[in-house]
Design a protein around this ligand. Structure first.
Ligand code: PGA
Length: 263
C-alpha cells in the first residue's frame, strides 16, 4: 500500500525568515488535520532555508527535501551541494531532473542518474521528474519522451532494503502555466511509468514506489487527478507558497486515501 504524498516545491522563493513564518502556519495546520499518519508530507524549500527548516520540522513528521544535489560527495564544484551535505542537515528527499533544471541549467538524464545514485547512497530518496514539452506532446511523442527519460534516469539504479525512489510526472507545458492534462491523459502516462518501474525494480518493489503528478496543481484541479488509481500524490509549485493553498492540497491528498495494491 502506498501512503499518499504531497510535495511542496518552493523553487527560488522564501528567505529563511519567510520560511520560518510560512512553516509557523503550515505546521499547526497539518497537526490539526492529523495529516501525519495518512499523508506523506514533504517540503522542498531553497538551500538557504534547509538548516532552519530542519530544526523547525524536527519531530513533526514532515520530511525535508532539497531541490537538487551534485553527484559527487565533495570536490571542486563551485556553487554545488552534495547529497552527503544534505543528509547531514536532515534532508530525506531530493528533487532531481526538474524541467526547470533541464531547460535552464542544462540538466541531463545521465546527470540525474548519477545524482540519484549518490542520493540513494547517502540515504536520500530521489524524486525524479519526467515530462514532455508542448511540441513533443503535439507531435505524439509523449510516451517515447517519458520512457527514454525514465530509462536513462534509472539506468543501473538498485534499491536496497528500505531504499525508495519517487517519480513525478510533470508535463513541461503544464508547469506554472495554469494548464493541465486531462485525467485520462495523466492516467495513461502514470501507467507507462508504473510499467517502467516494474521492468526496472521488479513487481514487488515497483508496487511500493509513489508516482506523483505535478504541473499547475491547485486545490481546484487536484481532486480528479488524485482520484486516479495510478496517482499516488502531487508535486506542487506555486500553490504551495501559501499556507492556505498548501493545507487545502494536503487535505485533498489525505481525503483521496491510499492508492495501489496492498502487497
Ligand atoms: P507549478 O510547479 O505547480 O507551479 O506548476 C510545479 C513544479 O514545477 O513542480
Amino acid at each position: 500500500m502506498i501512503t499518499p504524498v504531497v510535495v511542496a516545491n518552493w523553487k527560488m522563493h522564501k528567505t529563511p525568515s519567510e520560511t520560518e513564518s510560512l512553516l509557523s502556519e503550515i505546521i499547526p495546520g497539518l497537526r490539526e488535520m492529523k495529516a501525519g499518519a495518512e499523508v506523506e508530507v514533504i517540503l522542498a524549500p531553497p538551500f538557504t532555508s534547509l538548516p532552519l527548516a530542519a530544526r523547525v520540522l524536527a519531530g513533526t513528521g514532515v520530511a525535508l527535501c532539497a531541490q537538487d544535489c551534485h553527484w559527487s560527495e565533495e570536490g571542486p564544484y563551485t556553487g554545488e551541494v552534495s547529497a552527503r551535505m544534505l543528509a547531514e542537515i536532515g534532508c530525506r528527499f531530493v528533487i532531481l531532473g526538474h524541467s526547470e533544471r533541464r531547460e535552464l541549467f542544462a540538466e541531463t538524464n545521465r546527470r540525474v542518474n548519477m545524482k540519484a545514485a549518490s542520493a540513494l547512497f547517502w540515504g536520500l530518496t530521489p524524486i525524479i521528474c519526467v515530462g514532455e514539452k508542448e511540441d513533443e506532446r503535439a507531435s505524439g511523442h509523449t510516451e517515447m519522451v517519458v520512457e527514454v527519460q525514465l530509462k536513462r534516469c534509472l539506468s543501473e539504479l538498485k534499491l536496497d532494503k528500505g531504499q525508495r525512489i519517487m517519480v513525478a510526472y510533470e508535463p513541461v507545458w503544464a508547469i506554472g502555466s495554469g494548464r493541465t492534462p486531462t485525467p485520462p491523459e495523466v492516467d495513461e502516462i502514470h501507467r507507462l511509468i508504473r510499467t517502467e518501474l516494474l521492468a526496472t525494480f521488479g513487481e514487488e518493489r515497483a508496487a511500493t514506489l509513489p508516482i506523483l503528478y505535478g504541473g499547475s496543481v491547485n486545490p481546484a484541479n487536484a481532486g480528479p487527478m488524485l482520484a486516479l488509481d495510478g496517482v499516488d500524490g502531487v508535486l506542487v509549485g506555486g500553490a504551495s507558497l501559501t499556507a492556505a493553498g498548501f493545507l487545502q492540497l494536503a487535505g485533498l491528498v489525505r481525503a483521496a486515501g491510499p492508492q495501489g495494491e496492498e502487497i
